[in-house]
Design a protein around this ligand. Sequence first.
Ligand SMILES: [Zn+2]
Length: 272
Amino acid sequence: MNEEYINFLQKIEEQVKMEKYLSPKEIKKYYKQFPKRKYISYNADIPFSLETLLNFYREYNIDYYKIIMDGLSRGRIVISNDLKDSYVNINSNKAYISPHQSSYDYFLFAHELSHYIDRNLTPHIIDDHYTIFAEVFPRAIENAYVNYLQNISPAYTSLIDVTQNNRLYFARRHLESALYEYYYEKLYLKGKLNEKKFDSQIVSRLMKRNVPNVVDYHLRYFFGEVFSSYLKEHPEIPLDSNLGIILSNLDLSSSYECFEEDNHHKVKVKNL
Ligand SMILES: [Zn+2]
């Protein structure tokens, strides 16, 4: 048997026992409604300026700014072209950023640095108990950053539009991955999972990061989009350590309406 298949089978055995945040039926419902977008590529027309991003953080929240400056000076924020991926390690709480060398870096850095801030605040904004909402805080910060950039110059408009377009593209793809995971788990439970059903491209999407709960991991990006739209509509909700509990008590379908309202128009954008 193929080694990849054996590893996947082991993962599925472990995953079927896990509790998931949404059922396949619920995911399917949102997947069908979710805005469909095509990925648009970025180029380097607007060279990334870390200084602009730091100015934003300084204005937005001086404590966040200090956390970033401390992380940069102590080497806890590693920026390197040799890295394969960008992420924040949830054990060391160090950030690793692999620049894209395109205008997307404006949002890549804003996103990863927001995860870094969250993980280096005591208490965290998104407590370990609510990792399903881990993408909400960075997305909410990105929305504030969008406002900041819009106020600086109209030159950022198409970068902002392309970024939002691509966020929707990826969030829908993550919903699709959650459905594929459920599909394989169902086959397994029925005793019908075999090597013929194994699609290595899809499985590599599911196994990409060795995450403990595959369905919930992919759902994070959906919740990131939906609840960051909700928070845009509800600026009275503070982004503090109560956020997880507040989000867990929200009604998902009415929050989804906020998100739909926020994203119903398709932006016409040319490649950056
Ligand atoms: Zn993230």
